[in-house]
Ligand binder design. Structure first.
Ligand code: FAD
Ligand code: NAI
Length: 469
């Protein structure tokens, strides 16, 4: 099957959720496939220093907070003195990461994907140097992902553990007394939640007037209220202009985003989380005839092909949401396109989840974006206060909000704050993929008692007729 002119039918550069999925699917489709990865383990940012270790710490720290706060007592569960064993918490996180990265290595062997260990750079569009070896491939998929966006005047030193990025914040040696987050986006709120639960005072400095850019306006407001209640202090409309470190302490200089007097915040740890940038350094894209946008991204068409024939790009290195599941879906689609099939990703319906407590999830258009796009909208909102399961579990924070087109009733977007938001959003994505109306959801039978009934009631509320509120 393999084209004898080349060493491989497909060479994937990068083994994150985009790259490893593309490589496995290409091999499943009978293509001779290799994947170049410079890291010691497979799985990219997501498995090694992103989704997986962050969720491991969120899960463990939630247990700790529940036990330490005494809230279980009202359910008749009495616990003695709670102690934190941070070393064990970190060890369990590492174990999960090792199991999952090892799992990808197993899947590569099972599917006969060759792992070429080393950094890849182009010699031409079909000839790539990986470490000391040079290989040729008929098709190349660039899946090199992204890395932390640096902030001018702020030097990150993860080993010192004082001014850190997300990688350092996943492995702080002790709970800081005061943690300052630079950026009120997803990473700040997830990792800020971890350390707050473990005992740190957390201050979040956000440049914009509100946290969680890109999310629905009602969700952003409600989330800020809930995080404040949990004890995170927010300084919105504020920018960081510099950080200095003296001994074990950091001084963070902040000033109003629109200009004004500077203020110094003292901290034991500072997390820089102002976004991520695509990885193209050292790839020698120009040797393949490629360049990047002014934001450093590689542009592709709807088949994920770049302007150079047979060279494709997927995931964080291309414009769009920097999310693991988007990269994975693109990995499947690009492999299918290379194999002559039709691989499509519907970028309008990609869910986003923030794994805090409660979780925050959204898919499709926000109310604001729907209006900007010219829709007259009908909104259905249902609070978990009216959901019997949430009330029983003493877990009533949040709501489901459905944004529908007023004329057609078609669902344009769904936004949820709830302990189960990340799981519930899948139903909304499926409904939207099938072009569902709010009425379709309202007349779908949902099991009782479940949090999912709030989705049905929000859909009923689009027409003004929920039962339980
Ligand atoms: P990556 O996962 O970044 O993988 C790219 C790989 O390419 C890396 O392993 C890199 O070493 C390798 N590489 C780069 N250049 C070369 C080269 N020249 N030669 C060889 N190899 C190379 N997303 C979610 O959807 N859910 C989450 O819960 C979530 N949590 C996150 C938490 C944190 C702390 C962070 C930082 C990110 C999180 N993300 C999450 C985002 C998610 O990790 C990324 O969107 C996803 O990993 C992108 O996948 P990718 O395949 O495009 O690239
Ligand atoms: P982000 O883009 O989510 O948030 C960055 C925030 O920093 C923004 O609110 C921005 O206004 C603010 N900011 C920028 N410059 C600033 C400055 N100088 N001072 C103060 N605030 C400033 O980026 P984040 O949190 O770094 O995450 C990067 C990406 O990683 C996310 O966009 C997401 O794609 C991915 N991710 C996804 C997760 C998930 O799906 N659960 C979890 C973690 C990361």
């Amino acid at each position: 099957m393999a084209d004898q002119t080349y060493d491989y039918d497909v060479l994937v550069i990068g083994s994150g959720p985009g790259g490893y999925v593309a490589a496995i699917r290409a091999a499943q489709l009978g293509l001779k496939t290799a994947c170049a990865e410079s890291r010691e383990t497979l799985g990219g940012t997501c498995l090694n220093i992103g989704c997986i270790p962050s969720k491991a710490l969120l899960h463990a720290s939630e247990y700790y907070e529940e036990a330490a706060s005494g809230t279980l007592a009202k359910f008749g569960v009495k616990i003695g003195k709670t102690e934190l064993d941070l070393g064990q918490m970190m060890a369990e996180k590492t174990k999960a990461v090792d199991e999952l990265t090892g799992g990808i290595e197993y899947l590569f062997k099972k599917n006969k994907v060759t792992w070429l260990k080393g950094r890849a750079s182009f010699e031409n569009a079909h000839k790539i140097k990986v470490g000391d070896e040079t290989v040729t491939a008929k098709s190349v998929v660039i899946a090199t992902g992204s890395s932390v966006m640096p902030l001018p005047n702020v030097e990150v030193d993860n080993d010192a553990g004082i001014v850190v990025d997300s990688t350092g914040a996943l492995a702080l040696p002790k709970v800081p007394e005061h943690l300052v987050l630079i950026g009120g986006g997803v990473i700040g709120l997830e990792l800020g939640s971890v350390w707050r639960r473990l005992g740190a005072k957390v201050t979040c400095v956000e440049f914009l007037d509100q946290i969680l850019p890109g999310m629905d306006g009602d969700v952003r407001k409600e989330a800020a209220k809930l995080f404040k209640k949990q004890g995170i202090e927010f300084k919105t409309g504020t920018k960081v202009t510099g950080v200095t470190v003296k001994g074990k302490k950091a001084s963070v200089t902040v000033e109003p985003a629109k200009g004004g007097n500077a203020e110094i915040i003292e901290a034991d740890a500072v997390l820089v989380c102002i976004g991520r940038k695509p990885n193209t350094d050292g790839l020698k894209l120009e040797a393949a005839g490629l360049n990047t946008t002014d934001r450093g991204m590689i542009e592709v068409d709807d088949r994920f092909e770049t302007k150079v024939d047979d060279v494709y790009a997927i995931g964080d290195v291309t414009p769009g949401l920097m999310l693991a599941h988007r990269a994975e879906d693109e990995g499947i689609a690009v492999a299918e396109n290379i194999a002559g099939q039709t691989g499509i990703v519907n970028h309008a319906i990609i869910p986003s989840v923030v794994y805090t407590h409660p979780e925050i999830a959204g898919v499709g258009l926000t109310e604001e974006d729907a209006k900007k796009a010219g829709h007259e909208v009908a909104i259905g909102k249902f609070p978990f206060m009216g959901n019997s399961r949430a009330k029983t579990n003493r877990d009533t924070d949040g709501f489901v909000k459905i944004v529908a087109d007023k004329d057609t009733d078609r669902v344009l977007g769904v936004h949820i704050i709830s302990t189960l938001a990340g799981t519930m959003i899948a139903q909304a994505a499926t409904a939207m993929e099938f072009g569902s109306t709010s009425e379709d959801i309202a007349y779908t039978c949902h099991a009782h008692p479940t949090h999912a009934e709030a989705m049905k009631e929000a859909a009923m509320a689009v027409r003004g007729k929920p039962i339980h509120i």
